[in-house]
Design a protein around this ligand. Structure first.
Ligand code: GLY
Ligand code: MN
Ligand code: MN
Length: 429
């Protein structure tokens, strides 16, 4: 993204801060996978949103009257091993900051910056070691009350930053469209190339390879490739099983490109066609999903979409004889949870389960233009439940698209990925 976007976000955040408030936003550390092997680095979403910097360990420190950053120092010897560091001068220019420091100066400078500031904003709860270091710093500053100085008296999570991230700008929508486009290439290859006898991990490798080939970081979350009854395990990421005859394959996977991820689920038969029970369930979920997408409109409460989805799935199950009794009673007692046990959607953006609040004062918030949400109803039939007719046992179906709230006209960012029964069967043939 254009540097000006990050500069502008920093200005906007500074304008939200009141006098005597300080915001700290920490970069992600490099995490150890095992012994001296590191995980592939992924920047912290909040830090990246404000800085666009992909280095570990930096800290952005903002006050209304003051913008600054702490960075790893330029160090020729270290840079030979781990790559070029931007260094404080470069970062200062890049973000047009008032001050830029080396991390080595942290202890002395941060005390000055926090002295006589009433509120400290920081995402407490991400890193407990850092949290306790900060609390120690705050109490040491507060031991100087006799000198007429004090440290922060109030520490708070900067939810205002997440409220900013919730609403996607036109540039961010473009990023999400690009992630969706790459995601479509992966899912499409699976529709065409999957064969009985392949292993789930072979499908996973096709997805990851397609994403990487198009410049994505990889999947924005662990790929779920679940054949047969594995599809009834909601967060199945083992992906080690062999694909059998007449199974459904559930694939929940999205590419993350430039820090924005798609989140898409598609389901298709291992052979050329759905069995009759599979098609019945698939069509029910699809009809309900399309209705939920139509309901994803400005002004509609987010939770209302979920409640209507629950109702539609439940009445479909009653029609099929898979649930027995009165609709209202089944809804009230929550009996549908045997088959539908998760929410219908969530916010999407830099994080797959993106930031932002769904409820305010106990009431579901109405959706507003610029939000991107997933719509992902599903039905799951326990493979071991003998009260379920045998043809339905072990079926797991979820259909998930990414939708931009846009007045009365939801924009389905992932609409290019086939989901109609005949489209899928045509690709499987
Ligand atoms: N892939 C996680 C989800 O669909 O929420
Ligand atoms: Mn999702
Ligand atoms: Mn998903």
């Amino acid at each position: 993204m254009d540097q000006n976007i990050f500069r502008k976000r920093i200005r906007n955040v500074q304008n939200l801060l009141k006098e005597s408030e300080v915001l700290l936003v920490f970069a992600a550390p490099q995490k150890i996978r095992n012994r001296d092997v590191e995980y592939k680095f992924r920047q912290d979403s909040d830090y990246y949103y404000l800085t666009g910097i992909e280095e570990e360990d930096g800290v952005l420190v903002l006050r209304r009257d003051f913008s600054s950053h702490f960075a790893l120092p330029k160090d020729k010897e270290k840079e030979i091993w781990t790559g070029i560091r931007l260094g404080k001068e470069e970062i200062k220019k890049k973000l047009e900051l008032d001050h830029s420091f080396d991390l080595g100066e942290w202890d002395s400078k941060i005390s000055d910056i926090l002295t006589n500031q009433f509120t400290l904003y920081h995402f407490f709860g991400k890193d407990s070691k850092r949290d306790s270091e900060l609390l120690e710093l705050i109490s040491s500053l507060n031991r100087r009350l006799r000198e007429g100085k004090f440290g922060p008296q109030r520490w708070e999570i900067p939810n205002f930053l997440h409220e900013m991230r919730m609403f996607k700008s036109p540039e961010e929508i473009e990023k999400l469209k690009e992630s969706s486009r790459i995601t479509a290439l992966g899912h499409e290859r699976l529709f065409r190339e999957t064969k009985v006898g392949m292993y789930e991990f072979e499908l996973e490798s096709i997805l990851e390879s397609e994403y990487l080939k198009h410049g994505a970081w990889g999947g924005g979350y662990g790929h779920i490739v679940a054949a047969g009854k594995n599809a009834t395990i909601l967060h199945y990421t083992t992906n080690r099983a062999k694909i059998g005859d007449n199974e459904l394959i559930l694939v929940d996977s999205g590419a993350e490109k430039d820090y924005y991820t798609a989140d898409v689920t598609r389901v298709f038969p291992s052979g050329k066609k759905f069995t009759s029970e599979q098609r019945t369930i698939y069509q029910l979920v699809l009809d309900v999903q399309k209705q939920a997408i139509l309901d994803t409109r400005q002004g509609v409460e987010f939770n209302a979409v979920h409640e209507k989805t629950v109702k539609n799935l439940t009445s479909g199950l009653i029609d099929l004889g898979l649930l027995k009794g009165e609709l209202s009673e089944i809804l009230e007692k929550g009996e549908y949870r045997r088959f539908y046990m998760h929410r219908t959607g969530h916010y999407l953006g830099m994080d797959v389960h993106d930031v932002g609040r769904y409820f305010e004062n106990g009431k579901s918030k109405p959706m507003q233009n610029g939000l991107v949400v997933t719509v992902e109803p599903g039905l799951y039939f326990d493979p071991t439940d003998e009260t379920i007719p045998v043809g339905f046992r072990g079926i797991g179906v979820r259909i998930e698209d990414d939708v931009l709230v846009n007045g009365d006209n939801p924009v389905v960012l992932t609409s290019m990925i086939a989901k109609e029964v005949d489209e899928i069967e045509a690709m499987r043939a």
